[in-house]
Design a protein around this ligand. Sequence first.
Ligand code: WTA
Length: 647
Amino acid sequence: MSNVFNPKSEIFKNPAFGSMEEYKNLVEKFDTDYEGTWASFADEKIDWFSKYDTVLDESNAPFYKWFEGGKLNVANQCVDRHLATKSNQTAILFEADNGESEHITYGELAIRVNKTANMFKNEYGISKGDRVVIYMPMIPQAAVSMLACAKIGAIHSIVFGGFSSEALRDRIIDAQAKLVVTADGAYRKGKPYMLKPVVDKALESGCECIKNVCVVKRNNEDITWVEGRDTDYATMFENQSEEFAAEPMDSEDPLFLLYTSGSTGKPKGVQHSTAGYILWAQMTMEWVFDVKSEDTYWCTADIGWITGHTYIVYGPLAAGATTVMFEGVPTYPDAGRCWKMVEKYKINQFYTAPTAIRLLHKMGEDEPGKYDLSSLRILGTVGEPIDPPAWKWYYEEVGNSNCSIVDTYWQTETGGHMISPLPAATPIKPACATFALPGIVAEIIEADGSAVQTGEKGFLCITKPWPSMIRTIWNDDERFIKSYFGDCKKDGKPVYFSGDGAMMDEEGYITITGRTDDVINVSGHRIGTAEIEASVKKCEAIAANAVVGKPHEIKGEGIFAYVVLKDPDSISKEDLIKEINKILKADIGAIALCDDIAIVPDVPKTRSGKIMRRILRSIAKGEEITQDTSTLEDPSIVGVIENIVKG
Ligand code: WTA
């Protein structure tokens, strides 16, 4: 095998998988008894209040049900059940932007969760099934609020703090939430930034469902206060009881919603279940991160994304580890911040996105060498394909060629990892997600289910239901079926299609080749081209537009718009970009800004009026056009656009 890196077995003690042999054995076990094997993990890992009746119910596919009849509570699984043995162990290790730290033990966390659950229930009338929107910075109260919702059985919907008031408002309305939990703001790069004004603006129109806003005072900057609606977290929290009886939840009760972009229409509220989700969150923590009770584990994601849900809060706490929560950014005060934190807290697992790795590599190539990083065993990446140079730097300079890199492939919809190396077992190849985890049946196929040749690209499908899979799109069962079970079939039966392409090499290693649909992955954030185009269209001067992803050195992909002007000489390119970005910032947020545009006389359309984005994608990438252009209304437009883009 070429270019393969074997795990350094001496750095692992009792890993879940010590060899590929063990991996293959478990895959085989799932093969022969799928449900029985899942049941054995559910029995071993979950602290059931009462046991389930059935393992998997497929009678109403694709609305699969797992562990029906079982009762449990995720806050109990993550906190209370650990109290007998870990009351004094740090559960959440918070590092603020300014470097101060706070250690919250499991005992203290239990008290905070209970007091917050009492506050949500008594002060805001939140009960089982109610939706709570969390729009928070990376501070411990965010994690506590999630767990408090879980304890009550309320459904949280976290909206990433970088989203605009419009985006926040749409998500509040779609979920018909009763309460928003937020903060005045927080600190970034030594300066305060604000969140509460965004909430105020969102609530100005159409959010009648919201009865209260609960505000954590973090930076104590001036904010406006709406009497009767806004309440102060700390004051309310103070007098609550430290006891709260966990709501016994059904396995299939929703745990949370998380909105994500699709290739068409508005963002969709991905709905996750209780039992299946927490089971896989915990199992993958133990398998992929080899997390042990005494480990200090750090995932740099924001809790506003699925990675923050599963791998900052639910997974690490269910596994009983110490999870680091970081308010700041990796490049402040300098590009050595992360490595300084690894040294300071003796971090064992470090999990981040390729964008961050590329940025840290570029800004601080030699920074890792200045710190003692010998506590690290595992380095993780997630969110987008990682490029070999970034991978190599991560492996050699950060990991000192000693750590295992886990390139974890998964999605908001999958709840947890799907394809990933097992750190003490899998010989890894750079920039390769390697193999599907045991229990996950990932196949690369054509849309009709036929096999794809080795080394050829195909559609990445998960062809058997798994416990942590998306249950539906909130309030839109039809869109759920169409989005995930509408494109690919296996043996005539619809199967889950991820939206990603992938290929397998001769040794069975899977490499993810990226989205096959109209979703752009900007710095690991999913943004639908349809959403961006709808906003760009609002620009006065623009008659038509088409948006694609364009390779970007740091972000992976950047947003590139082809625009057709109503009057070609009415505005300069620079002014137009400013206009477009003003609208995008207001509609979506600063994560969705356009990097560049091309002003073109027209966009390539088929005779039926469909924009051929594939051609535009190729042009943006500077690729040769191999697509058939004969079906276009005006094939000559392709050459014209190519010349404009090439300049
Ligand atoms: C992409 C993030 C390559 C993929 C957990 C997927 C990846 C989308 C990888 C999901 C990886 C995620 N290698 N691509 N290791 N991990 N992706 O929902 O396109 O924010 O569909 O979930 O990110 O993004 P999401």
